[in-house]
Ligand binder design. Structure first.
Ligand code: FES
Length: 151
């Protein structure tokens, strides 16, 4: 009975991960920078048209992303894409972080499955919204930090 359940779980995992590159599987199964930053100076919540949401916190010091974390209720590729975007942005200046594109994410993962291309876009747009939110707050223009139907 246990062997049968193990086999069933294995089959379900294989089905779930079909079409995922090794990099995508690895990042999805071991995501980096998950969580919240208690003393962040920017927090945003961005919901894509698919209904998935990414929340992101930035801790910016001297124009550099000192720390960055995310949470999501999204799919596996969303977890992987947000993880990659946070890794790519950490330690970068705001200008450098703004250069990260959905195409960079897609390339890193050796081509996301077609139905998950927008996960890269949601991740990058969340980073951009977090940076814009920080800049607005710094300039004295308050923002709610919530963005809906962004894509
Ligand atoms: Fe919507 Fe991944 S399926 S962001």
């Amino acid at each position: 009975m246990t062997e049968e359940i193990d086999r069933l779980v294995q089959e379900l995992q294989e089905e779930l991960l079909r079409g995922y590159s090794e990099r995508l599987k690895d990042e999805f199964l071991s995501p980096q920078n998950l969580g919240r930053i208690k003393d962040s100076n920017s927090h945003v919540s961005v919901t894509g048209v698919c209904g998935d949401t990414i929340e992101m916190d930035l801790l910016i010091r001297d124009g550099t992303i000192h720390d960055i974390k995310f949470m999501t209720d999204g799919c596996g590729p969303t977890i992987a894409c947000a993880s990659y975007v946070t890794r790519a942005a950490k330690g970068r200046t705001l200008e450098e972080a703004l250069q990260i594109t959905p195409e960079d994410v897609d390339t890193y993962f050796e081509g996301l499955p077609e139905e998950h291309k927008h996960c890269a876009k949601l991740s990058v747009m969340t980073l951009r919204a977090a940076i814009e939110n920080y800049r607005s707050k710094s300039a004295g223009t308050t923002k709610s930090g919530k963005v809906k139907g962004f894509l």
